[in-house]
Design a protein around this ligand. Structure first.
Ligand SMILES: O=P(O)(O)OC[C@H]1O[C@H](OP(=O)(O)OP(=O)(O)O)[C@H](O)[C@@H]1O
Ligand code: HPA
Ligand SMILES: [Mg+2]
Length: 183
């Protein structure tokens, strides 16, 4: 296997670079309308949301600030442990702030439901969520997500920030890993 041919490790490409870009552009227009004239704080959830955050933030014609949190519930596996740990907290005081959490994926929903409770306890004016991907069939808790890019099947996906054992985050598309990669 050529180490540069990471797309060759995919069984199927679910979303191309263009589809992702077009959808983020559509979502940005809605977010701009909803936050017109407001000072919005984007909270990116490391590491998976790095690509969504970078592209969404540049697409938004709004005055935004950006901060990051790192939480982890997956480790190196493909199933959520359900236990969320803060690896890096925000530098920003959320009091009276309008906050938009930026996520790559909502899978079981456990990470996000924990994050929403955590950030809402810090006195913000509002906390909403923008997630590129959501797996409706994998939901273990219901979370209210205002901006969703795509609903996808209940399969483990990689690319555009999403990893398998820390790899594939730099793929430009989102795809399903081929079985031989797991073996
Ligand atoms: O809805 P859930 O089942 O909770 O899964 C979603 C979360 O899992 C992934 O993060 P992960 O813990 O793998 O960290 P990473 O972003 O550094 O890969 C992903 O980026 C979401 O934050
Ligand atoms: O399908 C996924 N792929 C990669 N990371 C993830 N974290 C939650 N779900 C996923
Ligand atoms: Mg991960």
């Amino acid at each position: 296997m050529e180490s540069s041919d990471i797309e060759g490790d995919l069984e199927e490409i679910l979303l191309t670079e263009e589809q992702i870009r077009d959808r983020l552009s559509e979502l940005s227009r809605v977010i701009e309308a909803d936050y017109a004239g407001e000072d919005l704080l984007l909270v990116g959830v490391l590491k998976g949301a790095v690509m969504v955050m970078a592209d969404l933030a540049r697409e938004l014609r709004l005055r935004v600030t950006m901060d990051w949190m790192a939480v982890s519930s997956y480790g190196s596996g493909t199933e959520s442990s359900g236990v969320v740990r803060i690896l890096k907290d925000l530098d920003t005081d959320l009091t009276d702030r309008k906050v938009l959490i930026v996520e790559d994926i909502i899978d079981s929903g456990l990470t996000l439901s924990w994050l929403l409770a955590n950030l809402n306890s810090r006195g913000p004016e509002s906390v909403e969520v923008c997630a590129l991907l959501r797996k409706p069939q994998a939901a273990r808790v219901n979370v209210d997500v205002k901006y969703v890019g795509f609903d996808i099947p209940n399969k483990f996906v990689v690319g555009y920030g999403l990893d398998y054992a820390e790899r594939y985050r730099n793929l430009r598309s989102v795809g399903i890993l081929a079985p031989h990669v797991y073996g």
